[in-house]
Design a protein around this ligand. Structure first.
Ligand code: ATP
Length: 747
């Protein structure tokens, strides 16, 4: 660079962006690549993909390839990374990085998106810092014209974390962690059935060299009975005795199977590895039982990315490019991540340093510090696990009042309902309370279908779909309240947890509003949002919708494959009533051309434009059309109507089919997220009820996650938070992602 020219004078938009996947592969790298490419092209900026990670960057030539939008079509559902990843020893050398700089500058590339782990991001940062010197050296050596060097004075860099371990500071979730958790939990569900049949003990190793996230969340999601994670190394001499005592107690209480999870990087306090072999030998020796070892290994990395990973990586890939375009180039390189529901950007090397600090704290035996650095919910999940995995509740503290709380469902079935019941029963009993289950919704409460629950009654409930207690959409009328009050009084119920959907909220509010007339109804009620539709007030996300979304996209992936083979346009109808959440997220996670939402309706003009766009696409060689229609998007332009319209207008170019996914969307085992979130929010609900009861307060609330934090909203404000004309809340934050779907459609 000409020494007299300041960065500010020459720096405009990047000329061209390169995207690279590096380190271990992770589900979601492909959707991230697709989002980077399509966002860059949307802004009219050239984009290149670097094949085989930093190795390709050093080698140059064919390894750095300009991409068009179509080049990243059809990769959303593919695991791994289509542009490859590799470890590169050469890039660790200055000479290697000099060659890499030349390969980029030669092509006019001066901005880089790196998708990888902390090693890859550290390497990228070093490369960025050296960039001006590397270009000077290339100019001096006559390998790069000085005007080319002057045109690219800085290398702009944004990182996003692709890692299955969820081990990086700066983001709540890394790209690939949710997919890995899906693979682990699928395997553990399968192991559960065989282990229970034979009353066996299984010891399973899951990935995670430095971070216990996968082991911890998998333990919660699978109902494991013991877990070893790097962040909580046990004392060398104690873990064997403690673990065996817990397993023995479980058997004595009638548990049919024992499951122990061991993170790859688990160690004791002295740094000795705790291996699955050793754990199984100890169990066999001490318990005299068969203990089978399963090492899940690389299956954890593979397979189609989960719905969440497709969404997360699309969001982050898009944000990475937006950030590059506005990057002044003189500050530190940034990492884009997710906090709550927001995309955030933080200085990359600060995130790397905070990540490394966890290992340092563990080595210094500062376990609390290590847990704190992992973030608030990590600690919360660990504390819930240590209660819920027990064989029996802890003895109740003397003098503690034994309150009686009941759990009831209401609304359509939502995956995760059983998980919530399990958590409520165990966490309630552990507080010394009695927990009662109401069968058959509020109708059951009216009819007295109420039963006291025991610790082992909920064993195995964590992973089953449906609702064992039964659920329906029955909302009590004024004439039912006397009978309901009678049963609440008869069973001495002090507090109520309603885990359900739209009708459940309405029913809870009916009871709450009548509390002055019926003293038995003057009890704290807390509503836990459970519906696949994501249409409830007081929360940005409801439990059940993640499972529904995963089951929808698994089916849409199959539909897409069949459509490609025959030049077809599919109109897929998904559930949601008056909420288009499932439709929009399906669109984003499956790469649909168009999404029709009830929030926007469907117009004749829009349909005409869509037909034209489809015709243009098919004429240009497109082989698949995919349109997602939310079930109540429009009363006239039905799924059948749109299919017929597309069929007629398609002429000989394409044919059209419809697929109405129907009730498969409400079924299936809950996804790992729905299990862990149902557990965490239930724990918060029990805490809330406990707080009300122990302080003599009588407030009622709706729990939810807003801006990444668990919040309680007073149930009294329920009527002001929902629309009267349609079944959806006044505030729907997810609608902000609507423009993203349009950019990703770009063909
Ligand atoms: P994972 O978490 O999956 O291991 P990672 O990105 O941490 O992913 P690494 O093997 O540490 O994986 O790094 C990938 C590549 O990044 C290395 O092969 C190397 O080319 C480059 N790299 C890593 N650290 C550095 C560094 N300090 N300096 C230069 N390059 C580096």
């Amino acid at each position: 660079m000409d020494k007299g020219t300041s960065v500010d004078q020459v720096l405009g938009m990047p000329s061209s962006i390169a995207v690279i996947t590096s380190g271990g592969d992770a589900g979601g790298m492909n959707p991230a690549l697709r989002a980077v490419v399509r966002t860059a092209l949307h802004h009219g900026i050239d984009v290149h993909a670097v094949q085989e990670g930093y190795r390709g960057l050093v080698e140059g030539g064919e390894a750095i390839r300009r991409l068009e939008s179509r080049d990243v079509g059809g990769i959303l559902q593919r695991g791994g990374t289509v542009i490859g990843t590799a470890r590169s020893a050469e890039f660790r050398t200055r000479e290697g990085r000099r060659r890499a700089a030349r390969n980029l500058a030669d092509r006019g590339i001066d901005a880089l998106v790196v998708i990888g782990g902390d090693g890859s991001l550290t390497g990228a940062n070093l490369f960025r810092e050296e960039w001006p010197e590397l270009l000077d050296e290339l100019v001096e050596a006559g390998e790069l014209p000085s005007d080319v060097a002057a045109a690219h004075p800085v290398l702009r860099l944004v990182g996003l974390v692709g890692s299955i371990d969820n081990d990086m500071s700066g983001t709540d979730m890394t790209v690939g962690a949710d997919t890995a958790l899906h693979r682990i939990v699928e395997a553990l569900d399968a192991i559960d059935s065989t282990a229970s049949s034979h009353q066996r003990t299984f010891v399973v190793e899951v990935m995670g060299r430095h971070c216990g996230y996968l082991a911890l969340m998998a333990a919660l999601a699978s109902g494991a009975n013991w877990a070893f994670i790097p962040e909580q190394p046990p004392a060398k001499d104690e873990w064997r005795t403690a673990m065996c005592a817990a397993m023995r107690a479980g058997r004595a209480n009638g548990r049919r199977r024992n499951l122990v999870l061991v993170a790859e990087g688990a160690r004791d306090l002295d740094g000795n590895p705790i291996t699955v072999r050793e754990v199984s030998e100890v169990l066999e020796r001490e318990l005299g039982e068969d203990a089978r070892v399963t090492i899940l290994g690389h299956v954890q990395r593979g397979g189609a990315p989960s719905a969440f990973d497709r969404y997360l990586s699309t969001l982050l890939g898009h944000a990475a490019v937006e950030r590059l375009l506005t990057d002044p180039g003189d500050g530190p390189a940034q990492l884009v991540g997710l906090r709550g529901n927001e995309v955030v950007s933080s200085p990359l090397m600060e995130c790397v340093a905070r990540t490394k600090a966890v290992a340092e704290r563990i080595a210094a035996r500062d376990l609390e510090g290590a847990m704190l650095l992992r973030g608030g919910s990590f600690q919360e999940f660990h504390s819930i696990l240590s209660t819920i995995q027990r064989a029996a509740p802890r003895p109740t503290r003397a003098g503690r009042q034994r309150f009686r709380i009941a759990i009831v469902h209401c609304g359509g079935p939502a995956p995760g309902m059983n998980t919530a019941v399990r958590a409520a029963v165990r966490l309630g009993l552990d507080r010394g309370y009695s927990v009662l289950a109401v069968r058959n919704g509020f109708r059951g409460l009216r009819d007295g279908l109420i039963q006291e629950m025991d610790w082992m009654d909920v064993s195995g409930l964590v992973w089953t779909g449906g609702a064992e207690l039964g659920t329906n959409r029955w909302v009590p009328a004024e004439s039912d309240l006397a009978q309901i009050s009678e049963h609440l009084t008869g069973h001495h119920i002090d507090g109520l947890l309603m885990a359900g959907g739209w009708s459940g909220y309405a029913a809870a509010h009916v009871l709450h509003s009548a509390r002055q007339r019926y003293p038995a109804l003057d009890l704290p009620i807390v509503c836990l949002p459970m519906t696949i539709n994501n249409d409830l007030p007081g929360t940005e996300l409801t439990i059940g919708s993640d499972t529904a979304l995963n089951s929808i996209i698994a089916n849409v992936d199959k539909i897409k494959q069949s459509a490609v083979a025959t030049r077809r346009c599919f109109v897929v109808e998904v559930m949601g009533h008056d909420s288009g959440y499932l439709a929009l997220m399906t669109g984003l996670a499956s790469g649909a051309e168009r999404v029709y939402l009830p929030e926007e309706g469907i117009t004749l003009d829009a349909l005409t434009q869509d037909v034209r766009a489809l015709a243009e696409g098919f004429r240009a060689g497109k082989r698949l059309g995919l349109v997602i229609r939310s079930e109540d998007a429009d009363p006239v332009y039905s799924t059948g109507f749109i299919r017929a319209l597309f069929e007629k207008e398609g002429g000989g170019l394409w044919d059209s089919r419809e697929a109405i996914l129907g009730h498969i969307q409400e079924g299936g085992n809950p996804s790992p997220f729905d299990r862990t979130e149902a557990t965490r929010l239930t724990a918060r609900c029990i805490e809330y009820l406990s707080e009300q009861l122990e302080t003599g307060a009588r407030a009622s609330a709706m729990v939810g996650v807003q801006s990444g934090r668990v919040q309680f909203t007073d149930l009294t404000s329920y009527p002001t938070m929902i629309r009267e004309d349609v079944q959806r809340p006044v505030e729907q934050r997810w609608l902000a992602q609507r423009p993203l779907a349009r950019i990703m459609d770009l063909l």
